[in-house]
Design a binder for this molecule. Structure first.
Ligand code: URA
Length: 194
């Protein structure tokens, strides 16, 4: 049932021309992970060059770093997560997707959330956070907090975390460093979904 709904939705996205991104994409980037076993949805920003080439989210440098952190937190990318982005098509030059592009994609995102019905939604980075949380707050101030937000007519537990692209710039593992906080946040998520 879930598979059928998601496969119909994927077909729809493959033909989508609701915004300008449809003209320049090579592939839509629909999702990664196992819809049957996923307990959390991770929402990133937008596909980059590698994702546009392969059709899979988080496969470039940022994705590899995300994988390392997931492994350290003992979260299985393949079984525990369903990974999507705020938009399904790559914005040219990897710019941040516009409000109009996010709005054009929103119904697909909400259908995926409703179909997976996860225990937790992870906002990976400021773009995902801003798409669902209207208060102006820096990701560094709110990361790791469990927010209860109404998404698709249901109150859902949501946790913002740093985006791995941001962590590529900070290498320290010191207490309180961005990488240390990322691991702590993912371990908290692991506890919520186990
Ligand atoms: N960054 C994102 O936010 N999403 C991807 O899929 C890849 C890089």
């Amino acid at each position: 049932m879930k598979e059928q709904i998601l496969s119909d939705l994927k077909n729809k996205c493959q033909n989508c021309m609701k915004c300008e991104l449809g003209k320049t994409r090579n592939n839509i980037v629909f999702s990664d992970g196992n819809p049957k076993t996923a307990k959390a949805i991770l929402i990133g920003e937008a596909p980059g060059e590698n994702e546009d080439k392969t059709g899979t989210p988080f496969v470039g440098r940022a994705g590899k770093l995300l994988n390392e952190f997931l492994e350290k937190a003992e979260i299985s990318r393949a079984e525990d997560l369903y990974i999507i982005n705020t938009v399904k098509c790559r914005p040219p030059q990897n710019r941040v997707p516009s409000d109009a592009e996010k709005a054009a994609c929103e119904s697909y995102l909400l259908k995926q959330i409703e179909t997976i019905n996860p225990e937790v939604i992870i906002f990976c980075g400021a773009t995902a956070l801003k798409s669902f949380y209207d208060k102006k707050v820096a990701i560094s101030k709110i990361r790791g907090e469990v927010l209860e937000l109404e998404i698709g007519g249901q109150i859902r537990k949501c946790i913002p975390i740093f985006h791995p692209s941001y962590l590529l710039r900070y290498h320290s593992l010191e207490e309180g460093s961005p990488r240390d906080l990322m691991l702590k946040d993912l371990k908290k998520i692991k506890n919520l979904i186990k």
